[in-house]
Design a protein around this ligand. Structure first.
Ligand code: ZN
Length: 205
């Protein structure tokens, strides 16, 4: 814990004073522009890879960046989506998967899930990824099969996201746009799913 306490001391000493006005504004309200749904994985640091900061991203994280299909029991992710769309009226929702995703590895080989009853049940939500698998990318090397499934999961969860009642209503009114992303930890690059071309392309150039 010492490392965290030291980190917080540095925040209070070096960061907070410089940004005091921003935090004062944020202390009363928030108006994030982006709902960002991603995996719980420690290697995804949204503010670091997107240049965002306090007040920018409304974030929902879970193992496998899942959006449970409509009709499933209530859960933290769909409740968070509903609030972001209905109350915060975010104009963009981003669903972001990532390379080397442990949840998707477990979906490929469920043997390790025997001792994890909760995770095993949760990962039933990613089974639809198999029917959306993307062409294997040679740049993924020996991880091409996993990469294909992870991108397929982005497409599958994007469909679930668009089918959430609040999102479907906002889409019908042109009040929101939804985006499917894949973040590659090794290269640092993000790919976006082009729904018209039905393939992943670089987010930048
Ligand atoms: Zn993951």
């Amino acid at each position: 814990m010492d490392r965290l306490i030291e980190g917080h001391k540095r925040f209070l000493k070096d960061v907070f004073p410089v940004r005091r006005d921003q935090f004062r504004l944020l202390s009363e309200s928030q108006a994030p522009q982006w709902l960002f749904i991603t995996c719980a994985d420690s290697r995804i640091v949204p503010d670091l890879i997107l240049g965002t900061g306090p007040g920018d991203l409304f974030i929902s994280r879970n193992a496998g960046n899942v959006v449970p299909a409509t009709g499933a029991d209530v859960d933290g992710t769909t409740a968070t989506i509903e609030y972001a769309v209905e109350v915060l009226k975010v104009p963009h929702a981003i669903l972001c998967g990532h390379s080397d995703c442990g949840a998707m590895k477990a979906a490929l080989d469920r043997r390790g899930l025997d001792a994890l009853p909760k995770a095993g049940r949760w990962l039933r939500h990613v089974e639809s990824a198999f029917s959306h698998r993307q062409p294997q990318n040679p740049e993924d090397g020996e991880h091409a099969e996993l990469g294909s499934l992870i991108r397929g999961n982005v497409v599958a969860q994007l469909q679930n996201l668009k089918a959430q009642p609040s999102v479907a209503r906002a889409l019908a009114h042109g009040a929101i746009s939804v985006h499917g992303w894949y973040y590659d930890i090794l290269s640092g690059r993000i790919e976006r799913y082009d729904e018209r071309e039905r393939r992943f392309v670089g987010l930048v150039g």
